[in-house]
Design a protein around this ligand. Structure first.
Ligand code: ZN
Length: 214
């Protein structure tokens, strides 16, 4: 279920590294509050646009895969709306139970923190501190980016299941030796479609199968 998502994340990983590295080229004499604000704001806009585009691709693929599973489980075919850009935007704007934050607000918080750290490092004329701040910000953005990628897939799957009239799902844990106790306990459990518990942690690769129609 996450194969395309993983491929898209590989692209994003490279892009994130490249984008944040751009901030590393500035000399301290070039930096001031308006400049740092502009640079970080534009960086964030580009990153969010790149994420949006790929979340959409992943959600569309997941919805096609989910539909195939539903048909395979004996449900009748139904005309359902395929996730589009508005769908992804609505997904990003909804409260995330696992991370406990709103996507855009959290992105802006991260940007402000980075801008502040860049200016602090300039004050102290510390290149090490400056580069560390950028590296840390890149890592934090990667965490948010990858979490929402897997989540876009999950939300798309459950959306399709519901739209196709699936009543119950079976929890399928990705048993790879790194799964947590909660996920292991859920493996094979049957849940009503409206009572599927939220993922226990970020980066969870558990998925669901529709319980065949009786
Ligand atoms: Zn899990």
């Amino acid at each position: 279920m996450y194969r395309l998502a993983d491929k898209l994340l590989e692209q994003l990983k490279k892009l994130i590294r490249r984008e944040f590295n751009r901030l590393g080229i500035f000399g301290f004499d070039e930096l001031n509050v308006p400049r740092v604000t502009t640079e970080t704001t534009e960086l964030l806009e580009r990153l969010m646009a790149e994420n949006l585009r790929r979340y959409l691709q992943a959600a569309q693929k997941a919805s096609a895969d989910a539909k195939a599973l539903v048909l395979g489980a004996g449900y009748e075919d139904r005309e359902i709306a395929i996730p589009d850009e508005a769908w992804v935007i609505a997904f990003l704007q909804s409260y995330n139970y696992v991370s406990g934050y709103l996507y855009e607000q959290e992105a802006e918080r991260k940007r402000l923190r980075l801008a502040e750290q860049m200016l602090t490092a300039k004050e102290y004329q510390s290149r090490t501190q400056y580069n560390d701040s950028i590296r840390r910000a890149a890592n934090l953005w990667w965490t948010q980016t990858s979490h929402y990628m897997l989540d876009a897939v999950d939300v798309a799957i459950l959306y399709v299941f519901k739209a196709m009239g699936v009543v119950q799902v079976k929890w399928i844990t990705n048993i790879d030796g790194r799964e947590c106790q909660t996920c292991r306990d859920r493996n094979g459990q049957i849940y009503d479609i409206d009572k599927v518990p939220p993922k226990a942690h970020r980066g969870c690769r558990c998925t669901w199968k529709p319980v065949p129609k009786k």
